[in-house]
Design a protein around this ligand. Sequence first.
Ligand code: BTN
Length: 329
Amino acid sequence: MKIKEQILLMLEENKGSAISGEEMAERCKCTRAGVWKAIKTLQQEGYVIEAVSNKGYTLRTSADVLSQSFIESRLQEAGISLGVICEQQVDSTNEVAKRVSYQIGRNDLVVIAAEQTAGKGRKGRSFYSPSDTGIYFSLLLHPSISPKEAVNLTTLAVTAEAVALEHITGFETQIKWVNDVWIRGKKISGILTEGATSFEDGNMEYVIVGIGINLYEPAGGFPEEIKHIAGAVYRDNAPRENLRNLVASEVIIRFMQYYGELEQRTYLKDYEKRCFVIGKEVTIMSSEHEKIDDETVTVLGIDKDCHLHVRHKDGHESFLSSGEISIKL
Ligand code: BTN
């Protein structure tokens, strides 16, 4: 374990009370200057550590601060080998992952941030990503799969997210076809999958799956243009201890488990369980959200590529792809 991680562990064990630099140095078998350096790095990562004269250092309680070492060790414990980059603020984690992909060859990694200044949404929209309310991360992967198959990684991600959030918070999650996680009837996250194909075989060169989750309600509420639809996991903005790290690591672990079984589609049963449009009547809209006609259809289920299996009013059945249409309840 690195010195910084050992120091963090000691501070966490003594949370709220001071532990001396001397004691930490002795236990880590390093110098006082080494302890001081580790404390500075932890503070830069966002931990609120107070120096109390003649007593030592105290970790403030109830911090929900992004921690690279916490996430790395959770992934390690789960047997997942994935590079981790944690930043307080980036333009967009998808963009960082894209830039990094040109430097690191075919290594997989995850870029995690507490704030995005230029978060990207689907269809060229922006994604509201302030600090103190959410967690934003992008998985950079190199699967040898076709672009058609890569589309399933978004569905896989939405399932991983829904299951992970339920596990951590105990709240019921629902999935609105195709890729929205809902809690208490509001969309609490967004997923944007991007990638590049190889000229050699037409398969994916890399895939970036970007996930943004609203954990807390922003202090002044969501901006006017999204407040009818956007929600957060918690309805207030009081930090829950370590929530960002727990959520990010749990979603990543579940994603990687399903990803290892992509061909078998093991995520589909967990998707179907939460997909609340199954059995309902819905209106088919064009992907530009224009009504296609006045027909409502009954949703019978989904197929293995997450196409919507529907029955039309005249009794015939068809499979609808999310690339072409969206639905309205
Ligand atoms: C949407 O609902 O329109 C998709 C939003 C996707 C947002 C995530 S946040 C992490 C990653 N980085 C981005 O810039 N976008 C995705």
